[in-house]
Design a protein around this ligand. Structure first.
Ligand code: NAP
Ligand code: MG
Length: 503
């Protein structure tokens, strides 16, 4: 920490009845930069990972992956096409028929445990790579993404030899080859959510990470090699444009699992209608975080901040709509303003940073466009006066109050650090407003009363309801949506059931 003391503006002579000192939050606790220094061990170029080997794409084409914190090129990534996707499915089919699909569960478990342990061994390296490639604060990739990814492999390793108990009274069997496509907001964690249950159940996989965040997937492929995972069990085809559609539509896929936007999810569902492929869709969200007047307000404010500003709001289940009971609305808003003035926005590799870089220029434009729409529609905007780095993609934490239910900022997924605040008077009004959305992924409830928590969690049409906390995850808990947030579950016994057939 530097020796610079917090700046406190004091009137010259306080004894003359002038106001109490005013804290200038933006200047509080100046820290020296504390960048995480672990070597991310990046290659200058990443190839496709097919049949256990890194191979050049058949097109010979590569695209750049940049660091959104400074817009500099980090590495380049192979652009896979339909021919590469064919090769990946052929390898996966062979592995399913001859090795992985034939292995007893207790043998598969050994590989999954090995992958989890090797990931733990290289945790800091992976955290730095994730932060450089995607822009999330290092304290999140270090304390959340990487440990949770390892936890998913551990948890599913534990299931692999106990699958006789996953559907009581029934036997289960793997589906075959599974095609998977994931987004950029939790690149390694979404990969683990997809791979671990599929592999534990005995399926083999062809998977595509998002265009802007392929690095940690390909680093995990190094771990697959070190773990001795049989060739073809996991195949990673990077790319953009048609690559994802080629994976989702491939004739060999017995099941497809997609996480991404509702818009793309609908395109995939339309294109697969009439086929016999099993499908799971984890799509967008517009969660309500609901604060009653008996809630512990300071804790709720921390939960609201964590709910929307965690990972720059690049979270499908972000608590992006705050519903606050009218009697405490002013107090909550004042406390929220104070709290977000202390958030540090800046270089994500710095261990002090709370809000890192927006993942891409396109996403930054989307956020700016929706925020401008909020202002135009008459909502009151508040942003703290923090300085933003001159290079890179950044956005200030933003509050919108006086928001109407019909406003775009109350209805559309912004996927950025932007909170829309609405008020309610009664419990019924809170339920009605919370459910008045096309989405249904998650919700939060803040109250002192257990009975109210039970009532709300029954009435809210959301896959996950957190009570007096927010954004808590565990591999044992199924996660997934209602309505346009998709169908199918990831995590827990329910997640495993989406990767098997009952026999
Ligand atoms: P996106 O645009 O839908 O892209 C997701 C993935 O789909 C990317 O890998 C993308 O490839 C690929 N893709 C694009 N068009 C495709 C097509 N026609 N067929 C097959 N694949 C295609 O979403 P995003 O912007 O990356 O991610 C943000 C969204 O994901 C948000 O809506 C968020 O709520 C949702 N999300 C949901 C969950 C959940 O569990 N419910 C979790 C995380 C995120 P390219 O990158 O090459 O375009
Ligand atoms: Mg990148």
């Amino acid at each position: 920490m530097s020796t610079v003391a917090p700046v406190i503006k004091r009137p010259a002579k306080r004894s003359q009845g002038r106001p109490a000192p005013e804290l200038i939050f933006g200047d509080l606790w100046q820290f020296d930069p504390a960048p995480e220094t672990a070597d991310p061990k990046l290659k200058a170029r990443y190839e496709l990972f097919i049949n256990g080997k890194f191979v050049a794409p058949s097109s010979g084409k590569y695209f750049d992956s940049i660091n959104p914190a400074n817009e500099q090129k980090l590495t380049e990534i192979a652009h896979g096409n339909a021919a590469d996707v064919d090769a990946a499915y052929a390898a996966a089919k062979k592995a399913f028929d001859h090795t992985w699909g034939k292995l007893p569960g207790k043998e598969r478990a050994k590989y999954l445990y090995r992958i989890a342990r090797l990931l733990q061994d290289r945790a800091r390296e992976f955290a730095v790579a994730e932060t450089l490639d995607g822009g999330k604060p290092i304290k999140e990739s270090r304390d959340f993404d990487v440990p949770m990814a390892a936890a998913h492999f551990f948890y599913h390793a534990g299931w692999a030899d106990k699958l006789d108990y996953v559907a009581p009274g029934r036997k289960v069997a793997p589906l075959g080859v599974v095609g998977q496509v994931i987004p950029w907001n939790f690149p390694l964690l979404m990969l683990a959510w997809k791979l671990a249950p599929a592999l534990a159940m005995g399926n083999t996989v062809v998977i595509k990470p998002a265009e802007t965040t392929s690095v940690t997937a390909l680093k995990l492929a190094e771990i697959f090699q070190d773990a001795g995972l049989p060739p073809g069990v996991v195949n990673i085809v990077t790319g953009f444009g048609d690559t994802g559609a080629a994976i989702m539509g491939h004739a060999t896929a017995a099941k497809v699992a997609f996480t991404g936007s509702t818009e793309v999810g609908k395109i995939i569902m339309r294109s697969l209608a009439g086929t016999d492929k099993k499908m799971t869709m984890e799509l967008g969200g517009k969660a309500a975080n609901i604060v009653f007047d008996d809630a512990p307000i300071d804790q709720a404010v921390e939960g609201i901040v964590n709910g929307i500003f965690f990972n720059q709001g690049h979270v499908c289940c972000a608590g992006s709509r705050l519903l606050v009971q009218e009697t405490v609305a002013d107090e909550v808003l004042a406390k929220l303003k104070n709290r977000i003035r202390t958030l540090r926005v800046g270089d994500p590799i710095d261990k002090n940073t709370d809000i890192g870089a927006i993942n891409s220029k396109e996403q930054l434009h989307t956020i700016e466009k929706l925020v401008a729409a909020g202002v135009k529609e008459g909502a009151t905007m508040y942003q703290p006066p923090c300085k933003l780095p001159t290079k890179g993609f950044y956005f200030r934490p933003t509050l919108f109050s006086d928001v109407s239910m019909s406003s775009r900022v109350a209805r559309e997924e912004i996927f950025g650090p932007v909170l829309s605040i609405l008020t309610f008077r009664t419990l019924d009004e809170a339920i009605e407003k919370a459910n008045n959305t096309a989405y249904g992924l998650s919700a939060g409830v803040w109250t002192d009363k257990g009975s109210r928590i039970l009532k709300m969690s029954t009435e809210l049409k959301a896959g996950v309801v957190w009570a007096n906390t927010y954004n808590k995850f565990d591999p044992t808990s199924p996660f997934g949506g209602y309505k346009e947030s998709g169908f199918g579950r990831e995590g827990g016994r329910q997640g495993l059931l989406d990767y098997c057939k009952l026999v």
